[in-house]
Design a protein around this ligand. Structure first.
Ligand SMILES: Cc1ncc(COP(=O)(O)O)c(C=O)c1O
Length: 494
């Protein structure tokens, strides 16, 4: 049986095909009470028997457990997806977020009834401000890119309020995440790309030349997607502020610098944080995220309502005087916020610092062990991640970075981020995170070394990888554009 047909049979073996007459997974007690009168409209009443499968509880459990393990996930193996910080999510976060005092609330309840929730969110805002050095926080954005969108709106609103309608250009280094220019465009401003210097950082002369009376600000990811700290950040901040602009920090890489340096102290005016990366809340698979922004006092009046304030131990809702339209109902994805708060409280200040130290150590360990195996353009020590290039493997063995990434799946690991950032040819962006043990780092290093040998001796194997997963190499564009996600009956792939 081919791999594809095994996979298809797994799916064909849906709960419906496993159904056997007379088998049941539940037993309802017989009704002994009074007849129930329900006033449902005639058209809403079911006319026929519901065609549900007859199957036992263990079979249901086995079916869904089997399906859940077909995809790679962090509980199954390492997930060194650079820039995405796929760290392990402690189960404690889930337990706290599921407490009925959090999970059973309705956002329209009276503020008197949700004091505990408001206090938790208030503390989270306070902690995020402490970690970043800013004065105010808005928890509404539901993702990093959403935070960028709000942060750009805040900067735009600030310039408009100061009569600077012309300030609509936002400088963005060429190493930036694709969401940065996109967020600028959706707020009606114009992204202006600035070319990085030879060391992968912002070139101060290029920056000075790009500033003018239309400059609204700059968006910088620090540390950058190359895992490099912008060591001239204070000078960069001076140049932008003198030009009348404001500094936005894409804080998605905060995992590298928590407890070490604070973006507000570097001269930034706004930051977004990816709670679903740095603070261990679940990430990926299209689930809910959270991308709060923190801002300086100067920009706080441009944040959307509701704002949580505390007076004599009571939590109230208010708005800033310039109140922007909200970007998400109520307080954003509060379940994710509660998970992040749980994580921060469990780690404590010293614990968060340690998280960053180990994240950086792990990345540098892999980088050092793989030097000479993979080529790395920027040879200095990295922060939480680094970018290698598969250019030489392609030239020597005809093996592309995509082949290496796919082969890693056969070794039980997720691939690093590939072909990003765009400024590195055949890029492999590796971010192990702090939750990987020395043993799993060694396994990853051994896997890359072994794939290097395969590339030399059996490149065809890599071209056909993965060979052990339920599905082989997919047309990724088609998978994203025409996803086939629901069981529609037996399929025809033999
Ligand atoms: C550097 C950087 N910026 C922004 C984002 C966007 O975050 P999100 O995917 O939550 O929208 C990411 C996501 O991984 C990122 O790595």
């Amino acid at each position: 049986m081919t791999r594809e047909s095994r996979w298809c049979s797994e799916l064909q073996e849906s709960l419906f095909t496993k159904s056997r007459e007379g088998v049941s997974g539940y037993k309802l007690p017989s009704w002994t009470g009074a007849p129930v009168t329900v006033n449902l409209p005639e058209g809403s009443l079911r006319q026929n028997e519901c065609d549900l499968p007859s199957i036992s509880e263990p079979e249901v459990m086995r079916h869904f457990t089997a399906l859940s393990t077909l995809n790679h996930h962090i509980e199954r193996g390492m997930y060194p997806l650079g820039s995405c910080t796929m760290k392990y999510n402690p189960r404690m976060n889930e337990r706290v977020a599921a407490l009925p005092g959090f999970s059973s609330l309705h956002p329209e309840q009276d503020v008197e009834d949700i004091q505990g929730m408001l206090e938790a969110l208030y503390i989270l805002q306070d902690m995020l401000c402490e970690i970043t050095g800013f004065s105010d926080c808005c928890l509404q954005p539901a993702a990093g890119a959403h935070g960028e969108f709000l942060g750009m709106q805040v900067i735009r609103a600030f310039h408009l309020a100061n009569g600077n309608d012309n300030r609509d250009e936002v400088l963005i280094p060429d190493s930036a995440h694709g969401t940065n220019p996109a967020s600028v465009v959706v707020t009606g401003m114009k992204p202006v790309t600035i070319k990085s210097g030879a060391d992968g950082r912002i070139d101060l002369e290029v920056l000075r030349a790009a500033c003018n009376e239309n400059t609204a600000g700059i968006m910088i990811t620090n540390p950058s997607t190359l895992g490099l700290f912008e060591k001239d950040i204070v000078e960069i901040s001076k140049i932008i502020h003198e030009a009348g602009g404001r500094l936005y920090m894409d804080g998605a890489n905060m995992n590298a610098i928590m407890g070490k340096s604070r973006p507000a102290d570097m001269g930034f005016d706004v930051i977004h944080l990816n709670l679903h990366k740095t603070f261990s809340t679940p990430h990926g698979g299209g689930g809910p995220g959270s991308g709060p922004i923190c801002v300086t006092e100067e920009l706080a009046p441009f944040l959307p309502a509701p704002i949580i304030v505390e007076e004599d131990g009571q939590f109230e809702l208010t708005s800033y005087q310039e109140q922007r339209p909200s970007v998400h109902p109520y307080f954003g994805n509060v379940g994710i916020c509660i998970r992040a708060l749980t994580y921060i409280l469990r780690c404590g200040g010293n614990g968060l610092t340690r998280v960053s130290e180990i994240a950086v150590l792990n990345a540098n360990y892999i980088k050092a062990e793989l030097s000479g195996v993979l080529d790395i353009d920027h040879s200095e020590d990295c922060l939480h991640e680094f970018v290698a290039t598969g250019k030489q493997w392609k030239e020597k063995f005809g093996v592309r970075t995509l082949d290496v990434a796919k082969r890693l799946l056969d070794y039980g690991m997720h691939a690093p981020t590939v072909y990003f950032p765009l400024i590195v040819d055949e890029a492999l962006m590796i971010e192990p995170t702090e939750t990987e043990s020395l043993e799993s780092l060694k396994l990853f290093i051994a896997a890359i070394k072994s794939i290097r040998e395969e590339a030399e001796n059996n490149p065809e194997l890599l071209h056909n990888a993965p060979v052990s997963t339920p599905v082989g190499r997919m047309d990724e564009t088609k998978a994203a554009r025409q996803p086939d996600l629901s069981w529609m009956g037996p399929c025809n792939c033999g």
